[in-house]
Design a protein around this ligand. Sequence first.
Ligand code: SAM
Length: 273
Amino acid sequence: MSDDIDQEAFRKFEHDGWNSLSGGYHDHWECLTPQIIPRLLQETGIGDGSQVLDVASGPGYAAGAAAAMGAAATGIDLAENMRDLAAKNFPDVSFQLGDAEDLPFDKGSFDVVTMNFGVLHFPDADKALAEAFRVLKSGGRLGFTAWDGPEGSALGMASDAILQEGTVRVDLPKGTPIFRFADHAECAAVLGGIGFRDTASTDIMLTWQLPRPDALMESFRQATARMSALLGAQDPAKLPAIKAAMTEACRPFDNGTTTDLPMPAVLTVGKKP
Ligand SMILES: C[S@@+](CC[C@H](N)C(=O)[O-])C[C@H]1O[C@@H](n2cnc3c(N)ncnc32)[C@H](O)[C@@H]1O
């Protein structure tokens, strides 16, 4: 854990951000984060009857997919509106409110714990991963995903445009460095330190399909806590130039029908002995 993270400020920032952006996230990111879920479920060995906990379940994509494979899936998320959206999307799955760092389950409750693009949003990611270890049964598996980049990623394209035309020096609560869990060695060290064995990280390329090159800024602004706050903190007079810079960066990926942006990701798994 980084000592200079104000944990309560960051937790509130994440809670409030995702609570207000749940609908926008589902509208703009449903085409993106579920792409990796088949690999996540496969690598963690989910099957018929598996007891699965999906942490930071958001709109419920991973828990819903696990349930469709016959698993007994539970989702948990910090934001009430995300929990409600997930329950609406997947009425047959149980979704609860809760914090990844303090899971309301007994030790040894689950065969599999998944976290699909959740780990970057916890004030103390190491503590959340240790909580996953605690609630897993012996022989159970954790699988989590995180973004890679910034090179060759739409995340890097957006950040570069803000750096070029605006500023990243804004007063927002500091959180986990966004590309911390893109580093395979860091993932192995963190999981190994907790007690996980057989850890492995795999690079997987996802594609964020936007309708047009000029859609990138609004797709971030209406849907993601950190990027939305960063854009909201810019001088409004600079937003047109930031948008134009993002649009220019997106043009090479436009095929006349859609704009297909690269979003490289990393999937990491580990087993509780
Ligand atoms: C990027 S979304 C990922 C959603 C979903 N897993 C997916 O596949 O798209 C991050 C989610 O983490 C949740 N979150 C943030 N901090 C959390 C915490 N401390 N405990 C549990 N969930 C948290 C947010 O409310 C949000 O739903």
